[in-house]
Design a protein around this ligand. Structure first.
Ligand code: SAM
Length: 270
């Protein structure tokens, strides 16, 4: 069921004929910000690996991570590689616990940014920044980031389902550390990352699929994902499969938690 707002978004400047990873992901999540071209690619992806399940597990973790952070006093968020903030978004989740929570959404996909801006037009305490995470200054020094985030206070830094698009040559751990260096003590990093651990066949098919696209991806094992947290203090239960991170009885992955396709973790800057 589409709201009138979403119908208006569809007749705007957005190119609906070219699939984008943000809209493909939105379709996986059951969102409304996607079009026929996106759905066709998503259906092909789902035929090579259970991407819908992975996306739902990733979104479950997002909701749990944001709740944990707000409950520990973090009320401002920097969401890097945010995609389109539809159902279960960072701001909805955070504001359900603290209506004054603030969020900066960052993505390098102009269509994801356009969709996000239209969805969030006029919302106080929320900004959408178009920037590439590989140039941290373009995010951290952006005027809209600084209008929303108080860097003297703890920040919830989210890198969910995005670091897998960075090859080792871009030194993802160094990049993440560059963001963490700018944040106050008490800040927390939540990160999820594709993995082939217990998921070799499916992930190999997915890697092959993405290799021919504009967004090739690089799954990492548990040790490599854990290394992305640097010297942060890992929050219980550490870096584990998404379905194993503080599981809830009716969670998406309860039937087969060790085949999540993603690792997840939260680390705290002391
Ligand atoms: C799989 S989606 C994840 C969306 C959201 N973080 C979540 O977990 O629900 C990955 C997003 O990362 C964005 N992205 C990929 N590489 C990026 C980069 N170098 N800088 C900023 N965003 C990037 C894509 O455009 C896409 O919207």
């Amino acid at each position: 069921m589409q709201s009138p707002l979403l119908t208006e978004v569809r007749v705007s400047s957005i190119d609906t004929t070219r699939p984008t990873s943000a809209r493909i992901y939105d379709y996986m999540l059951g969102g409304t910000q996607n079009f026929e071209a996106d759905r066709a690619v998503a259906d092909r992806l789902n035929s090579v690996a259970p991407f819908r399940r992975m996306a739902l597990l990733n979104r479950e973790f997002l909701v749990k991570a944001v709740r944990v952070m707000v409950q520990s006093g973090v009320t401002q968020f920097l969401d890097i590689g945010s995609g389109i903030p539809t159902a279960g978004s960072v701001h909805e989740t955070a504001r359900a616990l603290d209506p004054a929570a603030r969020v900066v959404y960052v993505d390098n996909d102009p269509t994801a940014v356009e969709h996000s801006r239209q969805l969030l037009a006029g919302a106080d305490g929320i900004a959408v920044v178009e920037a590439d995470l590989t140039t941290p200054a373009s995010v951290l020094d952006h005027p809209e980031t600084n209008a929303v985030i108080d860097f003297d206070q703890p920040v919830g830094l989210l890198f969910l389902g995005v670091v897998q698009y960075l090859p080792e040559s871009l030194e993802p751990a160094t990049l993440i550390n560059r963001y963490l260096t700018a944040l106050a003590p008490g800040s927390q990093l939540a990160l999820t990352h594709f993995t082939a651990d217990n998921f070799e066949t499916e992930m190999a098919a997915a890697v092959e699929f993405f290799a021919s696209t504009a967004a090739p991806m690089f799954p990492r094992d548990r040790a490599a994902v854990t290394a992305l947290f640097g010297d942060l203090e890992l929050v219980d239960p550490g870096v584990v499969f998404t379905a194993r991170w503080r599981p809830e009885p009716d969670g998406v992955g309860a039937d087969d938690p060790d085949r999540s396709g993603h690792y997840a973790g939260i680390g705290r800057k002391v």
